[in-house]
Design a protein around this ligand. Structure first.
Ligand SMILES: Cc1cc2nc3c(=O)[nH]c(=O)nc-3n(C[C@H](O)[C@H](O)[C@H](O)COP(=O)(O)O)c2cc1C
Length: 205
């Protein structure tokens, strides 16, 4: 009788033990599924890049990044632009000379970490003489954008994007450039996000 009780207790322990094993096996399977999901999310990340000499484009870039919960990267010139550098009435100012030279490539301080994780990159800049500042050329030539979607945007004193974005597009290869948008520094976050949402982009961040 005693032997029978011990035997059945033992078999219960074994069954419970197996059940527990089964549990831990299914639990250990879960993190690996999550890892897969996580890497999928990482592969669809958005980066909002901007250059802003007087903070107008910066405000719009922040609206987009906040609205999408995306990463943001400021293009910081190695030599920052002084007020004199930005004087478009002066033929000899730094900005005038750079814009008169299509090959000018002002140096950037720092770089984007792990650009490969982003599939969509917004690129924002002020219009200078109807174009993107040459430092944007430096930026787009510094990375491999193939397979990525690029969304240009700009602010200006009144000019539209003109051919600024199509000229930048020529400096990249294999990227899908969407038609961009000029925004006003005074546009609200809602106005900015209405445009962003109208692009119908599918991304997770
Ligand atoms: C060197 C220079 C050239 C500019 N050229 C133009 C232009 O061609 N058309 C225009 O509408 N605004 C022009 N602007 C005005 C800027 O595009 C506008 O103030 C912009 O919103 C500034 O953005 P930021 O504050 O992000 O630098 C120019 C400004 C500078 C400094």
């Amino acid at each position: 009788m005693m032997k029978k009780i011990i035997t059945s207790l033992l078999s219960m322990v074994i069954i419970l033990g197996l059940a527990a094993c089964g549990n831990s096996a299914s639990q250990s399977a879960k993190p690996s599924t999550e890892e897969t999901n996580e890497s999928k999310v990482e592969g669809n990340k958005v980066l909002v890049v901007y250059f802003s000499a007087t903070n107008t484009t910066k405000g719009v870039a922040e609206y987009i990044a906040n609205g999408l919960n995306a990463d943001i990267y400021e293009i910081v010139p190695k030599d920052s632009y002084t007020e004199a550098d930005l004087d478009y009435n002066d033929d000899n100012s730094r900005s005038t000379m750079e814009m008169n030279d299509p090959d000018a490539r002002p140096a950037i301080s720092g770089s984007v970490k792990n650009m490969e994780q982003y599939t969509t990159v917004f690129i924002g800049y002020p219009i200078w003489w109807g174009e993107a500042p040459r430092i944007i050329n430096t930026f787009v030539e510094s990375y491999d954008f193939s397979g990525k979607t690029i969304v240009p945007f700009c602010t200006s004193g009144g000019s539209g994007m003109g051919s600024s974005a199509t000229n930048l597009e020529e400096l990249t290869s294999g990227a899908k450039w969407l038609s961009g948008r000029r925004l006003n520094g005074s546009d609200s976050q809602d106005t900015v996000m209405e445009w962003v949402n109208s692009l119908g982009l599918k991304f997770e961040s």
